[in-house]
Design a protein around this ligand. Structure first.
Ligand code: CA2
Length: 143
């Protein structure tokens, strides 16, 4: 059975509580519910994690038994060589995910260290990107 880690980075715990014009009104708990429903449809299992700390995200990448990782690294996307290196060392497929279209936003969000080591990227679809990413990961792992 496919086992997927859905890993969320800094400030994503605030979803649905602030800046709804940018990040919508759906909470991270709601998104976890969407992932649970999608896992049920796919016949997959999942872990859903969030941390505001770079080192904790790296520890979770090192420790997971998941076959694939869906990663919304938040602002660490644009800064963290350490998370990029952790993904390389994990040697498992990573799908990069963003709620917003990072290429329509400020220039400093256009570069992603995660994209260098991810097999695919979904951005700009809001919370709907999460179940879509799970389906894409499930299909990728079945190949
Ligand atoms: O669009 C995405 O998913 C991002 O990863 C979100 C990050 C941002 O730094 C990336 O460039 C793109 C920021 C997450 C902050 O989330 C908040 C949610 C509600 C209120 C405040 C922040």
């Amino acid at each position: 059975m496919t086992h997927i880690l859905i890993l969320n980075g800094p400030n994503l715990n605030l979803l649905g509580t602030r800046q709804p014009e940018t990040y919508g009104t759906v909470t991270l708990k709601d998104i976890e519910g969407m992932c649970a429903a999608e896992a049920g449809k796919l016949g997959a299992t999942y872990e859903f994690e969030q941390s505001n700390h770079e080192g904790t995200l790296i520890d979770l990448i090192h420790a997971t038994k998941a076959q694939g990782i869906i990663l919304n690294a938040g602002a660490y996307t644009h800064t963290s060589i350490a998370i990029m290196d952790a993904i390389t060392s994990a040697n498992k497929p990573v799908l990069e995910l963003h709620l917003s279209n990072i290429h329509q936003r400020e220039r400093f969000r256009h570069h992603s260290y995660i994209s260098k080591v991810a097999f695919a990227m979904i951005c700009g679809l809001g919370a709907s990107g999460y179940p879509l990413a799970m389906r894409a990961m499930h299909e990728h792992l079945a190949l």
